[in-house]
Design a protein around this ligand. Structure first.
Ligand code: ADP
Length: 542
């Protein structure tokens, strides 16, 4: 159990990552599942909507003609029996006859073959029919009923009869019966196909589509009307019909069909599935990206805090060594172990060198803290770099000499131009480079400092023949707290601040710091400081 808790603690970031990723994957899986279901149902729903739309259109057509028939063909038998047929004509005159081409009336009360009348809309009277295609159609449509009249067959209520044998003359007729259920007459109407095609049907299509589909989804719909001659009306470009329905009452040889333009219902559902799924996956990616960034930041913060605690222990170690030396030599002096003046001088030198080392260490820490809090300021003055280099080398000379180093300075014969620099800060950068050169040297204790001019830069390089730096580490050694923790340098003390301070100082001077190094052969650090184009006085610079 304890081991498990420890494992969790050491891999907090991974645990956090997994804790987010697993629900995310689950969520995407569920999303996929439900969207798949939705795809199926929406395909079915869309099919159903298409079917409902068609059925509504067909019902509207049927309703229109049924209503017209109810209005105009539902006539009583009395006018036939009373011989007052114009009463029916007067009734017709009061009612709308939209969609009806002509109204007919056949009276069987006078002649068994029937008297045929056509209704004249203008004068609102009945007139005996003239020979015409229309009257012929009426005669043919009435034949079955005339047979019943002749044979005196009683006829129960038969409702409206549709005769569409001749598509040019579509007839709705209604036999009129007396109390004995004997046919006394027939009222009939011929439908106006033009009205149906040009006015009624487009109106119904428009109304139904508006009711069933919001504006945007109507763009994808095409309605096709198929008449017997199979010419398409109100049709747009279309694929194979999605749904098609014949009219049921009149115009039964006509059909209306609906197409999802460009895509069928299934394709439409598939499209919306893909769209939603893509959206979900994109969101997932964005979320993962965000989590990745957050984890990276957390990782960095953890690393930094690790580095900081390493730093504290490193600094304590580094402070301890010179302090121990100082204490030992001071003790020697106090106990009178220095028997000769040379010994006293030697011990004194040791104490001085070590306390200088302590000062530099503390300077570095203070500087680092100033840099971090952006409080570090520079005082730029026209500076002779070789003077700075010499001063620094002089202060290192005793210690390096004691440790057996050979330090050489190479400089051009001619005087180098002055640079605009803060001598103290530059001195500190050089101190750090020299310290490192000594620290990371092994058997070959040789350090070369070179001064030169390259284009508009004065260059100072510090070369050692020490352990060297691996190529992949060279860019990172300038980062704060970064130490090469492996190989030969493993047990060399340090705090990882020196080079980051060097870089900060050099950048503040508008200069550059680079390194050339080969593992096991030594390193050379180059500082380049720009030569000012016009000589200027010292300025304060943050
Ligand atoms: P520190 O020396 O206190 O560790 P620095 O910032 O001065 O910190 O250096 C960072 C790292 O760069 C060192 O830990 C070391 O690995 C590497 N380094 C710096 N100077 C040299 C050098 N002259 N030779 C080899 N390695 C070096």
């Amino acid at each position: 159990m304890n081991r498990f808790v420890r494992l969790l603690k050491t891999h907090t970031l991974w645990v956090g990552f997994v804790a987010v990723v697993i629900p995310l994957i689950l969520m995407l899986g569920l999303q996929y599942f439900w969207l798949g279901k939705l795809e199926q149902t929406s395909a079915i729903a869309r099919q159903a909507t298409l079917r409902n739309t068609l059925e509504t259109m067909a019902t509207e057509v049927e309703f229109f003609y049924h209503a017209a028939a109810e209005r105009l063909l539902n006539v009583p038998s009395a006018p036939f029996q009373d011989g007052d047929l114009n009463k029916i004509a007067r009734q017709w005159g009061k009612k709308p006859t939209e969609g009806i081409r002509r109204l007919f009336l056949i009276d069987y009360t006078r002649q068994i073959t029937g008297n045929f009348y056509a209704y004249d809309q203008a004068s609102q009277v009945l007139q005996p029919t003239q020979a015409s295609d229309e009257s012929l159609a009426i005669v043919i449509a009435s034949l079955p009923w005339q047979a019943r009249v002749r044979e005196a067959v009683s006829t129960e209520a038969v409702g409206f009869q549709v005769n569409e044998q001749d598509p040019l003359h579509r007839i709705i007729l209604s036999p009129v019966t007396d109390d004995m259920n004997m046919i006394v007459g027939i009222v009939a109407m011929i439908l106006d196909e033009d009205y149906f095609k040009k006015s009624l049907l487009p109106g119904i299509v428009e109304k139904t589509l508006t009711a069933f589909f919001p504006q945007e989804s109507r763009q994808n719909l095409a309605v096709k009307i198929q008449d017997p001659a199979s010419q398409n009306h109100a049709a747009h470009h279309q694929k194979a019909p999605a749904r098609s329905l014949r009219f049921s009452f009149v115009f039964t040889d006509w059909a209306v069909s609906l197409h999802s333009q460009g895509s069928s219902a299934t394709e439409w559902a598939r499209g919306s599935f893909l769209f939603n799924m893509t959206l979900a996956v994109l969101l997932g990616i964005v979320l993962l990206g965000g989590i990745g960034l957050a984890l990276r930041a957390a990782n960095r913060a953890m690393k930094l805090s690790e580095m900081k605690s390493d730093f504290v222990s490193n600094v304590s170690h580094e402070l301890r060594t010179p302090l121990a030396s100082i204490r030992v030599f001071a003790e020697h002096l106090r106990l009178g172990r220095a028997t000769s003046p040379q010994k006293v001088e030697e011990y004194g030198e040791f104490i001085e060198v070590e306390s200088h080392r302590l000062s530099r260490l503390i300077d570095n820490i203070l500087d680092f803290s100033r840099i971090e809090t952006e409080r570090k300021t520079y005082r730029f003055l026209p500076t002779d770099l070789s003077e700075v280099v010499k001063t620094v080398m002089k202060s290192h000379a005793v210690r390096l000499h004691q440790s057996g180093f050979e330090v050489t300075l190479h400089q051009p014969d001619s005087q180098l131009p002055q640079v605009l620099a803060d001598p103290d800060a530059l001195g500190q950068a050089l101190h750090n480079l020299l310290d490192n050169a000594a620290k990371y040297s092994r058997e070959t204790k040789s350090i070369a400092v070179r001064l030169s001019r390259q284009d508009n830069f004065v260059m100072v390089s510090v070369q050692d023949q020490g352990v060297g730096i691996a190529a992949d580490e060279q860019a990172r050694i300038f980062n704060r707290f970064h130490r090469v923790g492996t190989g030969l340098v493993h047990d060399i003390k340090g705090n990882g601040l020196g080079l980051s301070i060097v870089r900060h100082i050099v950048r503040a001077h508008g200069g550059t710091v680079t390194v050339e190094s080969e593992l096991g052969r030594g390193s050379t650090f180059f500082l380049g400081l720009p030569i000012p184009t016009s000589p200027s006085e010292g300025v304060d610079h943050a």
